[in-house]
Design a protein around this ligand. Sequence first.
Ligand code: SDX
Length: 392
Amino acid sequence: SEGVITIDPGFKNTGSCESSITFLDGEKGILRYRGYSIEELAEKADFLEVAYLLIFGELPTKEQNDKFHNDIKAQAVVDEDVKKIVDAFPKTAHPMGVISSLTSALTAFNPTSVNVNSEADMYRAIVKIMGKFPVLVAWTYRKKLGLPLDYGDDSLGYVENILKMMFRQPNGNYIQNRILVDALDKLLILHADHEQNCSTSTVRIVGSSHAGLFASLSAGISALWGPLHGGANQAVLEMLEAIKEDGGDTKKYMTKAKDKEDPFRLMGFGHRVYKNFDPRAKIIKKAADEVLGNLGIEDPILDIAKGLEKEALEDPYFVDRKLYPNVDFYSGIIYRGMGIPTDMFTVMFALGRLPGWIAQWREMRLNKEPIGRPRQVYTGAKLRSFVPLENR
Ligand code: SDX
C-alpha cells in the first residue's frame, strides 16, 4: 500500500519547510525577522535595510546597504513596451490583477531572470524586481487616474521615491512629506514577511518547479488578492464605510459576523496563527492615531474601527475563538489618510511583502527543496467502462 495519507485542510497542522527567516509565536503574539523583533525594526530600521535583512540574513553594513540600493536603482527602469500592457487595461481594472500581470510580463523583458543557477544570477534577479516593482506599483496606480507613466528621482530614498513616482503632478511638481514617507516606511516593514502564509506558500510552491522568480511572485500576488488574505485590508475599509453609512451601527455587523448562515465575516479580525493580538496591528493602530493627527485628519472611520474592536474584544463569540484585530484592520485607515485609494491597499501590501516573498523563494532554492507535490485521498468513482455517446 502507499502508506496512510493524512488530509489536513488548509494545512492547519502541517509544516511545509524549515526556515530561518521569520519567527512567529501565535500564543504570545511575537513576530521577529531573522531574530530581530518587529517592534525594534519598525522603530529603528528603514524598509530597504529590512529587505536586505530578510533576503540575506543580516542587517547590512553601510557599504552593503549603499551597494544594494545602487544596484536596485540601476534596475529601476521598465521597458517602454510594458506601457502597452498597462494601456490595454480598462481604468476600472482591479490594481491587483494589473500588477500580477505586469510582474509576470517582466520575464518577457528580462529572460535571463529565469536562470538562477548561481547566487550571482539570483542576486541579479532580486535587484531587478526590487527596482522594477515600485515602478509597476506607481504605473498601476497612475493608470487608474489617467496620469503619465513616468519615473521619480533616484537621488531620493527607496520609499521616498515610491511616493514621488505615485503622486508627482504631470508638470513634475511634488512636495515631499516626511510624515507620509515615515508612515509608508513603517507599514512596509510591518508587512515585509510572515513565514508560511497563503501567498508565501504559493511563491514557494510555484518556485519549487523552478519557474522564474517573477512568475513565482506573480502567483503570490494573486493569492494575496483574496479577501481572506491581503485583500482583507480593502474589505475592512468597505466594511467600515458600510457601518458608517448605517449610522455607525456596529451591532448589526457583529450579529452578521456571528450568524453561521451569513457568509459575512468581520474583516480584519482573526488569524490562523495569532491567538492573541497581532503585534503588527498594535503598532499600526498607534501609528494611525499619529499619522492622522500629524496630517490634521479627523477621520470618523478610525473611531468606528476602535469602537468595533472594543465591542469584539468584549463579545464571547470572538473571545472564545480568540479573534483579535490583525494586520489588515487598521492599515487601510493610514493608506486612506495618505490619499491612497481603497483598491490600491492590497498592492501596497504586496509592495511590503515583496522582500519576504523573495527571501522565502531564495531560501527554498538554496535549500534545493523538492518540487511541491502533495497527495490526496481519492473519493471518486470506482473503475467503470466507457459508454458510447449513442447509448448515453
Ligand atoms: C492576513 O497567514 C498569515 O500570516 C496572513 C497574514 C500575513 O501577514 O501574511 O497575517 C495577512 O491575511 C491576515 C488575515 C486577513 N483576513 C481577514 O481579516 C479576513 C477575516 N478573517 C478570517 O476569514 C479568518 O480569521 C482567517 C482567514 C484570517 C483565518 O481563518 P482560519 O484560521 O481558517 O479560521 P477559521 O475560518 O476556521 O475560523 C475559526 C472560527 C470559525 O468559527 P467556528 O466554525 O469555529 O464556529 O472562527 C470564526 C470562524 O467562523 N471566524 C470568524 C472570523 N474569523 C474566524 N468569525 C467572524 N469573523 C471573522 N473574521
